[in-house]
Structure formats: C-alpha cells, structure tokens
Design a protein. Sequence first.
Length: 96
Amino acid sequence: MGPQEERSYGDEALAQLDLFTIGIHQGDLDEAVAALDHVLNLPPEMRIRQLGNGMERLGALVRRPELKHSRAAGELADLIRGYQVIDGETALPSGR
C-alpha cells in the first residue's frame, strides 16, 4: 500500500466491496458491514458508477434465499438500496 496521496479512493472502495463479498460468503455479516461502511460513507459526489454497479451485485448477494431469514442480511440489503438511489442521482458521469 502506497502513501495516502497516491491512492485511488475508487480502487480502495472497490477493494472494500471485495472484502464485503468475502465476508458474506464466509457467513460473517458483521465483518461484511465493517467492510461496507467505508463505501457507504463516501460523499455522494465520490460515488462513481463502478461502485454503484458493485453495490448492485452485492445487493443480489445479500438477497440470496439462504439469507432470507437473516435480519442482518435484510438490513444490509436496505443500506445497499439506499446507496444505489443516491448513486443513481448524483454519481459523476464517466470520463470525469
């Protein structure tokens, strides 16, 4: 990991989504929430299209049938839906 000023916030946020995915597959929803927190707290103007796409995939992941009765998975799905609504309205157009 390089110095903070040389890092891409988008790449770091996408890496957090990967950690979220791993947490879900391992059945550790608390770890998943911790990984997702960074992405959820990005200001709307920093929510690039790739993050919206990744959040959409994660939303499908937490809505899998085996998680149907998990309260934590339901809460995660709600957080992801809320992010997508914001992302769709305010994300920077590609190419900026």
